[in-house]
Design a protein around this ligand. Sequence first.
Ligand SMILES: [Zn+2]
Length: 108
Amino acid sequence: MKVRINIRKTIRLRDRKMGREAAVGMAHYGVVPLIELDPRQGQKERLGTLLHELLHIVFPDLDEEQTILCEQQIASVLWNDRWRRIEADIEEIPVKKTIKPTKPTTQS
Ligand SMILES: [Zn+2]
């Protein structure tokens, strides 16, 4: 059996509070696929949701049960390897200052 893989150069991500959909994530197919994530999830749940929606886009032939199994397997390994979301904006991450080497002082 050949597995269909849908590789895209760009997959957009967007945070959106979901209520009516009774979901915490949604995948929208298209030339540039879009994944929407409810920002009110905890880190571990968000990781699973992101993987789940990515799996729907990349492996469109998986059914919901297969998608959930893959999501749980991958999320568990990534979580146990301590992958976490960085919450701060990029501007807030302190830039590592380079320390210039000091010139050796000559003693007379
Ligand atoms: Zn699903």
